[in-house]
Design a protein around this ligand. Structure first.
Ligand SMILES: [Zn+2]
Length: 212
């Protein structure tokens, strides 16, 4: 066994083993996702979490969002607390899952917009990091590097991969449809502009995106 693995150069063997590990975790996660979708969408750290206030009530919000998600060709489901959805698999988005849930407040309904990754995708970073660290002669740091980079991507997701956030663009059709109920969100940073409808500049990031 030792001679067999020794015959294969480590530079090939190690990424292959990592890829195998990734496939196993990916398979487990896929099964968990399809059998426990609701649980899956609500669990684990969110890589993007925003709260948008509106003056609508929960039933109004549901009736507005329901057809919009279909029109945007998003797949998912509706549950007691809100909506869970993702882009169609055909759009090569194995990455994000979105949980949009409601909270009744004194002023109406607040929408919580939460984006979570398909977690096993993080493991794909391991072979990439390992190969890079090998190229720079830092193989001893592989595990630390891989764990560190994965944590870094999770923590800084919205800055590292703004295009993935922009692709969903904070659900523009949903935001526009709820604008008559006072819902207003800064397109650039996601700051809740509820009650700031007359301001032309976001108080958080200074972006001058006009209110819808
Ligand atoms: Zn802003």
């Amino acid at each position: 066994m030792t001679s067999l693995t020794a015959a294969i150069p480590t530079v090939i063997l190690f990424p292959l083993l990592m890829l195998a590990a990734f496939m196993i975790v990916y398979l487990i996660e896929t099964v968990a996702y399809y059998s426990r979708a609701g649980w899956y969408y609500r669990t684990g750290p969110a890589i993007l979490r925003e709260r948008w206030q509106s003056a609508a009530n929960a039933e109004q919000v549901r009736e507005i969002i329901r057809p919009l998600l279909r029109a945007d060709q998003l797949v998912g489901r509706e549950s007691a607390d809100g909506f869970q959805f993702r882009q169609r698999a055909a759009s090569v988005n194995a990455w994000t899952r979105i949980h949009l849930w409601f909270e009744n407040t004194e002023r109406g309904v607040a929408l919580h917009y939460e984006v979570r990754p398909f977690y096993s995708m993080g493991l794909l970073l391991f072979p990439i990091v390992w190969l890079s660290s090998g190229a720079f002669g830092m193989r001893g740091l592989t595990l630390v590097w891989s764990a560190g980079l994965t944590a870094f991507v999770f923590a800084g997701y919205k800055w590292i991969m703004p295009w993935d956030v922009a692709r969903m663009n904070r659900l523009p059709t949903v935001r526009r449809a709820l604008a008559p109920f006072g819902l207003s969100v800064c397109e650039r940073c996601g700051y809740d502009l509820f009650g700031h409808s007359t301001a032309s500049r976001c108080p958080e990031c200074g972006s001058d995106s006009p209110p819808p």
